[in-house]
Design a protein around this ligand. Structure first.
Ligand SMILES: [Zn+2]
Length: 108
C-alpha cells in the first residue's frame, strides 16, 4: 500500500473521530440543558467539553492539512511521520523525535 493510500485511510479515521467528538459535544450540551446536575457533574461535563473541543480543533487542522497535501509531515524536521504513529494519533503534528511531550527513554 502506498503512503497516499495509507493517508486516505487515516482521513476516514479522522472523519469518524470528528463525527464522534461532534456528537459528544451535542450530547453534553443537551445534557447540560436537561439535567444540569450538581457542581461535580458540571465540572466533569465542562472538562469533557473542553477535551472534545480541543480534539475537534486538532482533527480539523489535520483534515485541512490533508487537503493541502501537508498532512503526515513533521512540522519541525519535515520528515514523514510514520504511519503507525499517525494511526495512534491521527492529529499528530510532530514525529516521535520532535514530539515535545513524548516520554524520552534516555540511556538505553
Ligand atoms: Zn520531526
Amino acid at each position: 500500500m502506498s503512503r497516499q493510500d495509507e493517508l486516505g485511510m487515516l482521513r476516514i479515521i479522522l472523519e469518524e473521530q470528528y463525527e464522534r467528538h461532534s456528537t459528544q459535544l451535542a450530547l453534553l450540551a443537551r445534557q447540560a440543558r436537561q439535567a444540569p446536575g450538581d457542581e461535580g457533574d458540571l465540572a466533569a461535563a465542562s472538562a469533557l467539553t473542553a477535551a472534545s473541543r480541543r480534539a475537534l480543533g486538532d482533527i480539523a487542522r489535520a483534515l485541512h492539512y490533508l487537503e493541502q497535501g501537508r498532512y503526515g509531515t513533521c512540522e519541525r524536521c519535515h520528515c514523514d511521520i510514520p504511519i503507525e504513529q499517525l494511526a495512534i494519533r491521527p492529529a499528530a503534528q510532530f514525529c516521535t523525535t520532535c514530539q515535545p511531550e513524548a516520554p524520552h527513554l534516555s540511556g538505553s
